[in-house]
Design a protein around this ligand. Structure first.
Ligand code: PSU
Ligand code: MN
Length: 348
C-alpha cells in the first residue's frame, strides 16, 4: 500500500500528496475509554467516506426492536451509497465508534429502561468512569453533542441524524438550551438533520447558532425566494434559513472551505423531510401545544424533556410522527453519505 507522505496514513490514491485538510487529520488509535472499530479505523486511514450515526435516537427515541431495525437500515443506507457507517454509543463503560451487530443489540434492547443513560458532553466522564448500582459498567445512547465529540476524536467529519436539540420555548426562564448547540460551536463536524422540532423555539435556536459561529444552511433545489429552515416533521417553520445549498456537492464545498480556513466550529445542513411525509406545520402546532402542557404537568424538565415530548407527540399524532421520523432520518443519512462522498473527492 502507498503511504501518504503528509499524513503518514495508508492512502488509496497513489502518487498524490494529500492537501493540508487531510494531513491535519490524525488517525486515532484506541484508548482505555474509546474504541474505534477496525472497519472505521481502516476507512479513515484510507480516506474513505465515513458517516457517524448517533444512538440516543435508539435508546430514547424508538422502542425495541423497532430501534434495532432502524439502526441496521441506516447502516445499510450508508453502505449502499458508498460510505462506511460509524454508529456511536457507550457500551460497557467504553465509548464506541462503530459497533458490532451484537454490541448494537446489547445497547438498544434495553431502550426505555432506567439504567440506560442519555449521554451528552457533560455525561461522558460519568458513564465511562463509574459503574451502576449492580457494579456493572454502564451503557448509554449518545446525543448529537456526545456523538460529535466522539466522531471528531475518530477523525470523522460528517454525521447524519434526525433532528438537533435547540433552545426550548420559555428558555428565558428555564435556560434550557441543548448542549448540541454549544457543541456545534466548538467541534468541527458537519451535522445533517431535518432542522429541529417545532416544540423548540426555532428563531432563538438560529440566533444561538449564529452566536456560536455555526455554519447553517438548508438544502433547496432552487434558490428563488426565501427558503425556510425546516421544523423536523414539517418542511416549513415560518423562519427563513440563513443560507441555502443546492446539493451535496455544494455542502461539501462549504465544509471543505470551512476546514481549510482552520475554523473549529461545526456546521449544520438542514434537510427538509420528504414532501410526502411532511405533516403540515399548523397540524403539528396543536399536538405540540398539548404535549408541552402535559410535560409541564408531569414535571418532565431538563434532559427528560425531549424524550417525554417526543413520546407524547407520537401518541397525539396516532403514530404518524413515527413514520415521518423514520422517513426523514433515512433521507438525512442518504444525503449525509453523499456529502461525505463529495467531500472525499474534493480532498483527493
Ligand atoms: N430531536 C429529535 N429526536 C431526537 C433528539 C432530538 O427530533 O432523538 C435527541 C438527539 O440525540 C439530540 C437530543 O441530540 O435529543 C437533544 O436532547 P436535549 O434537548 O436534552 O439536549
Ligand atoms: Mn436540555
Amino acid at each position: 500500500p502507498w503511504i501518504c507522505r503528509a499524513c503518514r496514513s495508508v492512502a488509496s490514491t497513489r502518487g498524490r500528496t494529500h492537501n493540508p485538510t487531510v494531513s491535519r487529520r490524525t488517525v486515532s488509535t484506541n484508548t482505555r475509554f474509546l474504541h474505534i472499530s477496525e472497519e472505521v479505523q481502516q476507512a479513515i486511514a484510507e480516506h474513505r467516506p465515513v458517516v457517524a450515526l448517533e444512538s440516543t435516537i435508539y435508546t430514547h427515541g424508538f422502542p425495541y426492536p423497532d430501534n434495532l431495525s432502524l439502526a441496521s437500515r441506516l447502516e445499510s443506507l450508508v453502505r449502499v451509497n458508498g460510505g462506511v457507517p460509524a454508529t456511536i454509543g457507550i457500551l460497557d463503560g467504553i465509548a464506541r465508534v462503530g459497533m458490532s451487530a451484537e454490541g448494537l443489540i446489547q445497547l438498544v434492547s434495553s431502550a426505555g429502561k432506567p439504567g440506560l443513560l442519555k449521554v451528552s458532553r457533560r455525561d461522558l466522564g460519568f458513564v465511562c468512569g463509574l459503574t451502576g448500582a449492580d457494579g456493572k459498567p454502564l451503557n448509554g445512547g449518545t446525543t448529537v453533542s456526545a456523538t460529535m465529540i466522539l466522531a471528531h476524536r475518530a477523525g470523522i467529519r460528517v454525521f447524519a441524524t434526525g433532528g438537533l436539540g435547540g433552545v426550548h420555548r420559555g428558555a428565558e426562564q428555564t435556560m434550557d438550551v441543548s448542549a448540541d448547540l454549544t457543541e456545534l460551536g466548538r467541534t468541527p463536524v458537519a451535522v445533517i438533520s431535518s432542522g429541529c422540532k417545532s416544540f423548540l423555539d426555532i428563531p432563538k435556536t438560529l440566533e444561538y447558532l449564529e452566536t456560536q459561529g455555526v455554519a447553517v444552511a438548508t438544502f433547496a433545489d432552487g434558490r428563488t425566494g426565501a427558503v425556510e429552515f425546516p421544523a423536523f416533521y414539517s418542511r416549513e417553520s415560518g423562519v427563513t434559513s440563513p443560507m441555502v445549498v443546492r446539493d451535496e456537492v455544494e455542502a461539501a464545498r462549504v465544509i471543505y472551505a470551512h476546514a481549510e480556513l482552520g475554523l473549529q466550529s461545526g456546521l449544520h445542513f438542514a434537510n427538509p423531510i420528504p414532501a410526502r411525509h411532511s405533516i403540515p406545520h399548523r397540524q403539528m402546532e396543536a399536538a405540540i401545544h398539548e404535549a408541552l402542557g402535559n410535560a409541564a404537568l408531569a414535571g418532565a424538565t431538563g434532559a427528560a424533556s425531549t424524550p417525554y415530548i417526543l413520546a407524547k407527540i407520537k401518541e397525539l399524532t396516532g403514530g404518524k410522527s413515527v413514520v415521518a421520523n423514520k422517513a426523514l432520518v433515512e433521507a438525512n443519512v442518504v444525503r449525509g453519505t453523499k456529502v461525505a462522498v463529495a467531500l472525499g473527492k474534493l480532498e483527493m
